[in-house]
Design a protein around this ligand. Structure first.
Ligand code: SAH
Length: 212
């Protein structure tokens, strides 16, 4: 993600009713935030938010939380929601490493990872959002029958993820190296910003679904 300093981004985020400023205080209480018992699904590293905003529109009986570490990017997602009331969508500015401080065990129904940072150096492998270390965190916050859905165009990161999932004690439910030409898996696919950009460049999009 190209980063620019967006003046006032932090202040805009703090003021927005879309964002939750002290998410640790809500651990175990997310159903109270939304005012219902609908399932809660999160996207980690949502960028400018296209994907999760569209999902929130399409599925009013599911609650969504978009997580992004950079204010300069998150502020763009907030701007996109300026003219619409989406009571089933919230944003958090945070680093995903701290997920277990913000969500109680089994509080989450599904996790989406889209075009996550590849961290190509071996010594940074544990920072990848599909590393064993991250699957240990997902194991805590995700319901027993919950799933993790991951899309990328990065071959090395996808291959790494296919190998990490069984090592982490999870199972690969489904996967494809060419999502847009996989009739079954592409059904209902919602494109992310990166997915539009990279598929327009001719890159095949890879997707996997992990379960326990
Ligand atoms: N999901 C979007 C953006 C992909 S770029 C899309 O598909 O279009 C990856 C995004 O994840 C960036 O915005 C980056 O800031 C964010 N990100 C990467 N690692 C993160 C982490 N550990 N915690 C929170 N956000 C993270």
């Amino acid at each position: 993600m190209r980063l620019r300093n967006v003046p006032g981004a932090r202040e805009d985020i703090a003021k927005s009713s879309m964002t939750v400023n002290e998410p640790e205080a809500l651990k175990g209480k997310w159903s109270e935030v939304f005012g219902n018992d609908h399932p809660v699904r999160i996207e980690i590293g949502m960028g400018k938010g296209n994907f999760i905003i569209q999902l929130a529109h399409e599925n009013p009986t599911v609650n969504y939380i978009g997580i992004e570490k950079y204010s300069s990017v998150l502020v763009r997602a907030i701007e996109k929601c300026a003219d619409e009331e989406l009571s089933n969508l919230k944003f958090i500015r945070m680093e995903a490493e701290y997920l277990c401080d913000v969500f109680a065990p089994q509080e989450i129904d599904r996790i989406y990872l889209n075009f996550s940072d590849p961290w190509p150096k071996d010594r940074h492998a544990k920072r990848r959002l599909t590393s064993r270390q991250f699957f240990e965190r997902y194991d805590v916050i995700l319901k027993r029958d919950g799933i993790v859905e991951f899309k990328t165009d990065n071959d090395q990161l996808f291959q790494f993820s296919l190998e990490q999932i069984p090592e982490a004690g999870w199972r690969l439910k489904e996967y494809t190296w060419d999502l847009h030409h996989d009739k079954a898996m592409v059904k209902g696919n919602v494109m992310t910003e990166y997915e539009m950009k990279f598929s327009a460049m001719g890159n095949p999009i890879h997707k996997l679904i992990a379960e326990r």
